[in-house]
Design a protein around this ligand. Structure first.
Ligand SMILES: [Zn+2]
Length: 345
């Protein structure tokens, strides 16, 4: 490699991501507007109809800004688009510069909380994007929903732009590779391991259970939920209204694995089976339960899956004067902050 090319590769730390947008509600028809005009794009089998005319795909490239409308949702975007359909499903793929994408993610994922917390969030958002961009093979790298990271187009505030700029090209790494990171809103007292929650998942050395009370400013540090026992009994097909309920879990700090109902005999449910039948997911799996008359009371701690960085905890650390390096090494001990250009995948 010539010296000039080497220099260029070291300094070109920013790339373009391909994101499937409107991924959480997958409309079959959208309107795209720009300086070039307005077009309606509709899925039709494996083709699309562009203003009623059948095409195999449609590209919108070269305008400064695009507005996409589907039903009540209207969002603006930079970069370009490809639209295509498969089996009647419309795919809307946005090509977006890394910095624009990350500033939008930081704005959605951590709307406030001090520059150091948001810098930690920016590094994690970049780390996530680089780690997972190979997960999809249908012409895009990431989704715009919580299945990847929340990205709502051009929606960045100035603080998020600054957090992304000041951490440009930096990711969290471990032994020369991009770390496998997670983050969530509020741990409620302690973060947990991937294996505490997801069966068969692998823990890395930097995944730890971290005691954390700095998220106590979160409105969901503790919370309450109430259910009617007769409704639960009906939904779960119990022979009678239960008179006793217990949680199955290893320790009080770890997530619920399931429920045991006595109605009148012992009946066990896995957490997912019971919660899917209730059609109501508790905010986390860290909670206690008790019966009071016809009510099942749930006393919970935190919000989100509880693995990796606790966002309210990070904000608490920033507030007491810690910087983004302190925050990331607190939640991911043993990792290093590294330039993405120097890491393997
Ligand atoms: Zn926390």
């Amino acid at each position: 490699m010539s010296q000039l090319l080497l220099m260029l590769s070291l300094f070109s730390v920013s790339r373009t991501f391909t994101i499937r947008v409107f991924a959480n509600f997958t409309p079959t028809e959208v309107t795209v507007s720009s300086g070039e005009g307005t077009h309606t794009i509709k899925a039709s089998g494996n083709s699309i109809l562009v203003d009623g005319k059948e095409e195999s795909y449609y590209q919108a490239i070269g305008e400064k800004r695009y507005y996409l409308t589907a039903g009540d949702v209207k969002r603006s975007y930079a970069g370009g688009f490809t639209f295509f359909a498969s089996g009647g499903e419309l795919f809307i793929i946005n090509y977006v510069p890394e910095q624009t994408y990350l500033a939008s993610v930081v704005t959605s994922e951590m709307p406030d909380g001090g520059i150091e917390a948001r810098k930690a969030q920016a590094i994690l958002a970049r780390t996530y994007a680089y780690k997972h961009m190979g997960n999809h093979d249908a012409g895009y790298e990431l989704l715009d929903s919580q299945l990847s990271q929340v990205y709502r187009g051009l929606a960045a505030d100035q603080g998020a732009v600054k957090a992304v700029e000041e951490t440009e090209g930096l990711v969290l790494g471990y032994k020369g590779k991009v770390a496998d990171i997670y983050y969530h809103s509020t741990c409620g007292g302690m973060t947990i391991l991937p294996s505490d929650l997801w069966r068969g998942s692998k823990n890395e050395p930097y995944h730890r259970r971290v005691v954390d009370t700095l998220c106590s400013a979160s409105p969901l540090y503790t919370w309450e939920d109430t259910f009617y026992l007769d409704t639960i009994s009906q939904l779960l097909n119990l022979p009678s209204i239960p008179d006793s309920i217990h949680l199955v879990r290893d320790t009080a700090m770890l997530p619920a694995k399931g429920f045991v109902f006595f109605a009148p005999r012992e009946i066990k449910f896995e957490y997912r089976t019971a919660v899917d039948a209730w059609d109501h997911r508790p905010k986390t799996r860290r909670f206690d339960i008790e019966i009071e008359g016809n009510l099942l009371l749930i006393h919970g701690h935190g919000y989100g899956h509880g693995v990796g960085m606790c966002q309210y905890g990070a904000m608490g650390m920033a507030k007491r004067g810690d910087n983004y390096r302190d925050i990331l090494s607190h939640y991911f001990p043993g990792t290093q902050i590294m330039a993405v250009s120097r890491l393997g995948k």
